[in-house]
Design a protein around this ligand. Structure first.
Ligand code: 5GP
Ligand code: MN
Length: 336
């Protein structure tokens, strides 16, 4: 691993830079990426944000969002940017598998890779690393990186502040998860002072859904929620036909799993969704229950202790069965 001081020296002259993040980017992924973008362009760098896939409409209002290139829509152009980059910032992911086909291009590029991330156990593909699992969001680390590594706090203008606020807000569950330390609140105060309009950002992200999405939520809670009291577990399962019926698009299922966790006594919540080519699982847990362990061990995934995800190539019903069969192994942790 190279010293971060040499990265600061590299960035003293204009460079060709790519910023990328995990597939199906969430608020932290896209907020961190555009936050860093809006910082680096002020220093004369040529910067491209390349996202492996598209992302929800409620994240498409961030400053300079039109500058994001989507790999699945423009694969050749994206690959060219990656191949020609001097530096590739890898934000909010810990393994090249998380950026799909783009991973191979990143690996083959001669550009130096800079990992900024807060996920457990990053794989060894980077040259520079700014990493901490204690950060509530990668956007928090981008803030710290700008202040402490680049030593350019004055570049945190309204655009940067808006993006980083969005990343921290979404990944901290609106400042409620245990990772929301006093430091996070100090950073948030600074971002508001620098122009982030907090009330407006909350509204743009959380009150920006279609009528269909709200009705779909009602349907899931009424018909698709199953509570396994014996295991303090609640799950919501959704088939492809149901997604189709409610015209559900990217991002519409975001946050759905959290409703299952609002039931008194529930320690583990699961959302199991049949997507086009595979079944996707989202797990959430409370306290020290290791949701990421289940995802890693049984569903080819991972994540954080209290928020993790994975997938299965089995059918929806088989995946649901398998999930239920795993619960006895964790019963002692679930009924604590
Ligand atoms: P979500 O349930 O919102 O899709 O994901 C929650 C968290 O779990 C993400 O922030 C990410 O860290 C992790 N995660 C989700 N899906 C996967 C996966 O397929 N592999 C890995 N390693 N982590 C995942
Ligand atoms: Mn994150």
């Amino acid at each position: 691993m190279l010293e971060l001081t040499s990265l600061k020296e590299l960035l003293a002259d204009p460079k060709q830079i790519v910023i990328t993040t995990h597939h199906k980017p969430d608020g932290d992924a896209i907020g961190s990426s555009l936050g860093l973008y809006n910082c680096l362009i002020q220093k004369g760098h040529h910067v491209k944000v390349v996202s492996p896939t598209d992302y929800p409409v409620f994240l498409q209002w961030l400053p300079n969002n039109p500058e994001v290139v989507i790999y699945t829509e423009k694969p050749e152009e994206s690959a060219k940017y990656v191949a020609e980059a001097d530096l590739i910032f890898c934000l909010d992911f810990n393994s090249l598998a998380r950026i799909n086909g783009l991973g191979q291009h990143v690996q083959e590029s001669k550009g130096k890779k800079v990992l900024i991330d807060h996920h457990l156990e990053p794989e060894d593909f980077d040259d520079y690393r700014y990493w901490s699992i204690n950060a509530c969001a990668t956007a928090q680390l981008v803030y710290e990186f700008i202040v402490n590594v680049l030593e350019e706090p004055q570049t945190i203008n309204k655009d940067v502040a808006t993006c980083l606020y969005t990343g921290i807000m979404t990944d901290s569950g609106s400042f409620r998860f245990p990772t929301t330390t006093p430091r996070v609140h100090h950073i948030i105060a600074d971002l508001i002072e620098r122009g982030a309009e907090n009330a407006k950002i909350h509204q743009l992200v959380y009150d920006n859904f279609s009528e269909n999405r709200l009705r779909f939520l009602g349907f899931c809670l009424l018909r698709k929620l199953e509570v396994l009291t014996e295991y303090n577990t609640a799950l919501i399962t959704v088939s492809r036909d149901e997604l189709h019926k409610f015209n559900i698009s990217t991002g519409d299922t975001e946050g759905l799993v959290n409703y299952a966790l609002t039931i008194n006594g529930i320690r583990l919540a699961a959302l199991i969704i049949e997507r086009a080519d595979q079944v996707k699982l989202s797990l959430r847990s409370t306290g020290d229950f290791p949701a990421n362990e289940i995802c890693k061990k049984y569903f080819n995934g991972g994540g954080h202790r209290n928020a993790a995800g994975g997938q299965s190539t089995e059918s929806l019903q088989e995946t649901i069965q398998r999930f239920k069969q795993i619960l006895p192994e964790y019963k002692s942790l679930l009924i604590q």
